[in-house]
Design a protein around this ligand. Structure first.
Ligand SMILES: [Zn+2]
Length: 185
């Protein structure tokens, strides 16, 4: 059984937790703009008060639309704090990014600390563009399907929803997938 809790809601930023007691897993869904007003402290306070403590902490950040420089500083403090939730005796404690959007990943490629010390990532959204009609799409990719080689990831061949033309990856391949070099597999 899961419990849904709204932790923070302002016009630009929302944070909600889904707590599954049986597996002691907490999924945090953050959406909107992360800036100096986003109350990440409230989110981490909640997780520290939670008993029993989460064994597995999942982040669904697909809805994060932007993160400014103050938001970025806040975020790095936040993720470092959360890494201390897992009591030392519980070696199984994990932080998993179940979904990362393009904006967050771009920042994390420049500021690797945003993903914490030992990042585990399941799914990301990557930019593709249609060479025929120029429509841009965020395509969800599973990290395990990208293969082990960070510099040459296996990409799928999605087709344009509008005109059925095969889409092309729309960023610098090495730059976009830089984060793959330091994730846990
Ligand atoms: Zn098209």
């Amino acid at each position: 059984m899961s419990i849904q809790i709204s932790l923070c809601k302002d016009p630009h930023f929302t944070a909600a937790a889904e707590v599954t007691l049986e597996t002691r897993s907490v999924t945090l869904r953050l959406a909107g703009l992360i800036n100096e007003h986003s109350d990440l402290q409230k989110v981490s306070d909640y997780l520290f008060k939670l008993e029993p403590k989460a064994q597995r902490l999942c982040f669904d950040l697909g809805g994060v639309t932007d993160i400014n420089s103050s938001g970025l500083r806040q975020w790095i403090i936040f993720i470092k704090r959360l890494e201390n939730i897992g009591p030392l005796q519980e070696k199984g404690f994990q932080i998993v990014f179940t979904r990362l959007g393009e904006v967050f990943l771009e920042r994390a490629n420049t500021f690797p600390d945003m993903l914490g010390a030992k990042p585990r990532i399941e799914r990301i959204e990557a930019p593709f563009r249609c060479p025929s009609c120029s429509e841009r799409f965020g395509i969800e990719l599973r990290i395990e399907e990208l293969g082990a080689e960070a510099t040459r990831p296996h990409l799928p061949s999605p087709k344009c929803e509008k005109c059925n033309t095969p889409l092309e990856f729309d960023e610098d391949l090495n730059g976009f997938f830089r984060f793959l070099k330091r994730i846990c597999r």
